[in-house]
Design a binder for this molecule. Sequence first.
Ligand code: GLN
Ligand code: ZN
Length: 770
Amino acid sequence: MLTTNNLGYPRVGPFRELKKANEAYWAKKISQEELLHTAKSIREANWKLQQDNGFTLIPSNDFSFYDQVLDLSLTIGAIPARYQSLLNKIDGDYSLDLYFALARGFQAEGVDVTAMEMTKWFDTNYHYMVPEFTKNQEFKLTSEKFLKEYNEAKSLGIETKPVLIGPITYLLLGKEKEEGFDRIDLIERLLPVYEEIVSKLAAAGAQYIQIDEPYLALDIDEKVKGLYKTVFEKLNAAAGNTKLIATTYFEALKDNEDLALNLPVHALHIDLVRGEDQLDTILAKVPASLTLSLGVVEGRNIWKNDYEKSLSKIQQAVDALGKDRVWVAPASSLLHVPFDLDNETNEESLPAEVKNWLAFAKQKLAEVKDLATLADGDVDAETQKRFESNKAAAESRRTSPLIHKPEVKTRTSNITDDDAKRTSVFADRKAAQQEKFNLPAFATTTIGSFPQTKDVRKWRADLKKGAISQEEYDKAIAEETENTIRLQEQLDIDVLVHGEFERNDMVEYFGEQLAGYAFTQYGWVQSYGSRCVKPPVIYGDVYRPADMTVRWSAYAQSLTNRPVKGMLTGPVTILQWSFVRNDQPRSTTTYQIALAILDEVQALEKAGIKIIQIDEPAIREGLPLRKADQKDYLNWAVRAFRVSSSNVDDDTQIHTHMCYSEFNNVIEDIAAMDADVITIETSRSQMKLLNAFAGDFKYPNDIGPGVYDIHSPRVPSTDEMVELLRKAKAVVPAEQLWVNPDCGLKTRAWPETKAALESMVEAAKILRAE
Ligand code: GLN
Ligand code: ZN
C-alpha cells in the first residue's frame, strides 16, 4: 500500500454530538467537564476510525469547538483589545469561555462585547472567524492545543500529524483594524511564534507537520510570493528532523507551481480534483527530494470516487517519482462532507440506487485506502471486489434512467439567446408595469418571509410526524397567510407577499418538488460554530413535474386587490446550496434548474401573479477563487437567471433579491440580470453599499435598498429610515427607488415586525411628500 495522507476530518460527530453539547453548555445545561468529555470522545472515535482504515498520516489539531482559525488566533495570542476586560471577568479555566466569547460575543456583568466577524472559508459554505490585526499587533504563544491533541492521540497509541494553518494564509485570512499598515508585514512578528510551535511539536516527537497554505493555489501578489521561501526555511529549521508538508487545496497551483515545488519541505499536497489538469506540468518539475501528496478523492462533494480515473493519475505519478514519493489523499479536508453514509436508511428520500453513487467522509477514507492498495499492485480479493463494484457504480451513473432524461438535456441544449432576453427594454417594461400596477413613488414591499413562529414550525413538525392531517396543516397555513395579507393591507404596503409559511428552507422547499433531487437524514455539514446545514443532493437531470408555489400565491392573491408578489428561489442559489453533480458542468445543471424555475414563473403568470421575485442571495458567493475564471462564471450565472425570468410578458414585473453581497466588482453583471427591481441589503452599511450602484456605472433598473436590518430585534425609528432614504435619493434617482427591509422576516417575532413595517411605510410616505 502507498502512504495514505488524511488532511482533516469532520468534527461535529455523526449525529451532531458536538453541536448539541456546545449548545447545552452555552445554555448552562451541562458542565464544562461534560462538554470536554464529548469533544474528547469525538476526537478519539475519529482517530480510531482512521487507524482502523490503516491510514499512515492521521491529522490531529483538526478538531475545533467552533472554528480552526479562531483556535489559531487564540494559540498565537491575537485576541482583540475589546476582550481584555473579559480576561479577568471569566474565572476558572477561562480559556474555553473566552474562546466562546470571541466567537459569540459576551453580554453579562456589565460587559458588552461583540463577537468577532465571520466570513466564508474560500468558496465553501463554512464560515471562519476573521482574525483582527492592529498596527502594533503582538503575538505570543498563549495556548498549546496543538500539543495537547498530539499527546492525547499518542496516549491512545496513535501517532498523528498535527495540522496548522500556515502563517501566510493566516495573515491573509485576517483584516487590518487600523489604517496605515499591511497585515502581511506582521509576518516577522508572527513567525517566531510559529517556530516555537513547530519546535515544541518536534520535541514531542511529531514525525510530520501539515502546514496548510491554500493561498499558494490562489492569486497572490509578488510581495506574498516573495515571502513563502523564507517562511518555510525558518519553519523547516525549527522542525529539525520533523518533516513538513506544505498543503494546498481548492485550486490548482498554476502560476505558483515553481514556487510551491521548490519550497524546503518534505512533501507538497496538491488538489487533483479542482486542479485536475495540473499533474502533467507538476511531474515534469518535481525536485528529486520532494514527495507529492495527490488529492484525488474529493473533499467537498459526496460522490463516489472514480477509481479508474484516480488510479491513472496515481500511476502516472508513480511512474515518474516511484512509489515512495507518492502519497494518496483526499483533495482537501473532509470537514466539508457529512460523516457516514451508512446512517442513511430512508429509501424514500435517498433511493438505494442513488445511495450507491455516494460516499461521505467515512467512505472516503476507505476509498483512499483502496486506491493506495490498488496503486501498489499487491491487491487482495476484497479490495479487488470493491474495485469491481466501484466500476459498476460509475457505469450505472453514466447510464441510469434515474439520472438521464433526454427531454431535459435536449431542452437545455436548445436554449437560445432569445430565451435569455426580455422582449422589450426596461424603459418600455417599466411603462407597461406602471400602467398595470399604478404604484406610487417609493413603493413599499417586503422580501418574502414573515415570522416563522413556534406554532408555524410545530405544524410542519406535526404534519411530518403524522400528528396532524394534511387538511389541518393546510388550514393552519391558510389562516396564517390570510392574517398576513390583512396585516399588510392595514399597514398600507403596496406590493404584498404571502409570507412563505409553507416553507422550511428556501432551497429545500424547491428541491423537494423538483425531479433529480435526493435528501439525506444525517448529511450535516458544519456551516459555522454549532450551525450545520444539510444540503440536498442534485443527482439527476432537473425538471419540474408539477406546480410548486402557485397554490399559496394564488390563494394569497385571491384575498386582496393589491398585487401579491410570487416568491421563488433562483437557479444559482439552488445550485450553490446543494450538493451538485460532478458528471456535467455546473452551468448545465444551473440551466436545467433555470428552465424549471421558468416553468413556475409562467405558471404563476397564468394564475394572475404578475409580480414575481426570484431570490439570488448566493450569486456572489459562487464566484470562482481565481480571477481568471470569474468572468465565465458570471456569464453563465447571469444568463441562467435570465433564462428563468425572461420569457414573460412586458407587464410582468420580475424582482430579485440579494443579501450579504459585496457588489463593487460585479455590479455590471448584476445589472445584466435585468431584473425590473432588485432589493438588496444596505442598512448595516448605512447605504454605503449603494455607492456600487451609483458610481461610474449607473445601475439602470429599479432598486430597493434595505432600510432596516432584520437580523436584529431592534425596531428602527421612522426618522432613521427617512434619513437612509434621503441618502439613497442622493445617489439614485427617486423614480428608481423602492422601500423595503433588507431581507426576509422569518427569524423575527411579530411585535417588532409590525412596529418596524409601520415606521417603514410612514418613512416612504414622508419621502413621497418631499
Ligand atoms: N424570500 C426569502 C425570504 O424572505 C429570501 C431569503 C434570503 O435572502 N436569504 O426569506
Ligand atoms: Zn436576504
